[in-house]
Write a protein that binds this ligand. Structure first.
Ligand code: C2O
Ligand code: CU
Ligand code: CU
Length: 423
């Protein structure tokens, strides 16, 4: 554009066909293609201008999950796009490098629209950031993890999307829309950007051989230093960036393993193979990971920081269902607040639009080191109390709310959503 803005066109498409199970095709939805969307890549400081065209034949929205922007550009349930219409949000990228994503957010149909295939990645790069593996598709690979069910004819089964306690729980894992994926590794270090884009399932991602790897980023940006782990847990909407070392000629399996031998929890405890990896006979040399990643240190909330309390029940927050006409919280621009989430029931998670946060503690204990980076979504275990320190932005608009909600999409659609404005 004449003003230097980067422009992107995203067409939301229904009625595509994709071969997901071998030899069988299914109808799917997608963005600029039959299933999922393109990866949009922008730099910190860029002006971006989106043209989002709804070709679904029904109303939807497109939300920029993890993006700091004015509420009118956020793509939540108020920014509806009628069939055939084009929505043109624009904003400036004023946040650190991160793996963010986009998906529909219409109240009541988010689960179905995402399940059918509407989701994509929006990667923010920082030209002044540390040297990390960043050649897309070579040593910097997104892994969008989703669970699905298919009929015997290969058709995507949508029957359970709006039912049950947690909504949809699939028995087949797709990674980037592919069932049973494998990947040839060509460099010593590979960065995987994990996104849990499932409706309800939680994954504990690691390697079948128990190898350790480094976590370098949480949802909203880089950690200060790499953290070495065997597994990372990600609930719906969460991201983690990991860097894994391979040796020439070896094979490895990325998988998800439940933690509780009693298999007590429907959404956390199934085991899945995610991705088979085969390292080439000769691998391109990779620079060592830097010791300092440049991630922003956690800033302790100021003394006297405002506290707000959110009590989660089966599908309500503070006893309320989502009401598009009710503003639940009014937050001063730039506020640094403590949000206490008290879960009185089975597992949920909690996502805040626009405002990145740090997890202070879960039942009084700080989270594992790999979860201490900037986040926008957090798993809330059964009956747990979780405290978050959130930093709110400066986009004042008393009339346009942002959302906070459970990102288990069935719960979100049932009304486990609140609205806040920044004033
Ligand atoms: Cu990923 Cu309010 O959404
Ligand atoms: Cu969001
Ligand atoms: Cu929930």
């Amino acid at each position: 554009a004449a003003d230097g803005a980067k422009q992107f066109s995203l067409d939301l498409l229904a009625g595509g066909r994709a071969e997901i199970l071998p030899g069988l095709t299914t109808r799917t939805w997608g963005i600029n293609g039959p299933y999922l969307g393109p990866t949009v890549r922008v730099n910190r400081g860029d002006r971006v201008r989106m043209a989002v065209t709804n070709r679904l034949g029904e109303v939807t929205t497109l939300h920029w999950h993890g993006m700091r922007l004015p509420a009118r550009m956020d793509g939540g349930p108020h920014q509806t796009i009628e069939p055939g219409a084009t929505w043109r949000p624009e904003w400036t990228i004023e946040q650190p490098a991160a793996t963010t994503w986009f998906h529909p957010h219409l109240h009541g149909t988010t689960a179905m629209h995402v399940y059918r295939g509407l989701a994509g990645l929006l990667l923010i790069d920082d030209p002044d950031g540390p040297a990390l593996p960043s050649t897309y598709g070579v040593d910097d690979l997104p892994l969008i993890i989703q669970d699905k069910r298919f009929g015997a004819d290969g058709a995507l089964n949508t029957g359970d999307v709006d039912g049950g306690t947690f909504g949809f729980l699939g028995n087949r894992i797709l990674v980037n829309g592919t069932f049973g994926p494998s990947l040839e590794v060509r460099s010593e270090l590979v960065r995987f950007r994990l996104l849990n884009a499932s409706n309800a399932r939680v994954y504990r991602v690691g390697f079948a051989d128990g190898r350790r790897f480094q976590v370098i980023a949480t949802d909203a940006g880089l950690l200060e230093r790499p953290v070495t782990v065997e597994r990372v847990k990600i609930s719906p909407g969460e991201r983690a960036e990991i860097v894994v070392r391979f040796t020439a000629g070896e094979e490895a399996v990325l998988d998800s393993r439940g933690e509780d031998p009693k298999r007590a929890n429907d959404i956390e405890e199934e085991d899945f193979t995610l991705l088979k990896l085969v390292a080439a006979g000769a691998l391109a040399e990779s620079a060592l990971l830097p010791d300092e990643l440049g991630g922003v240190p956690a800033e302790p909330p100021p003394a006297g920081a405002r506290r707000r309390r959110f009590v989660l029940t089966g599908s309500e927050i503070n006893g309320n269902d989502m009401d598009m006409t009710r503003i639940d919280e009014v937050v001063p621009a730039g506020a640094h607040e403590i949000w206490e989430i008290h879960n009185t029931t089975y597992a949920h998670n909690f996502h805040i639009h626009e405002a990145p946060f740090r997890v202070l503690d879960i039942n009084g204990t700080p989270p594992p080191a790999y979860q201490r980076g900037p986040k926008d979504t957090v798993f809330i275990p059964k009956n747990a109390k979780v405290r978050l320190a959130a930093t709110f932005g400066a986009h004042i608009d008393p009339l346009s709310p942002y959302m906070y909600h459970c990102h288990i999409l069935r719960h979100e659609d049932k009304g486990m959503v609140g609205q806040f404005v920044v004033v």
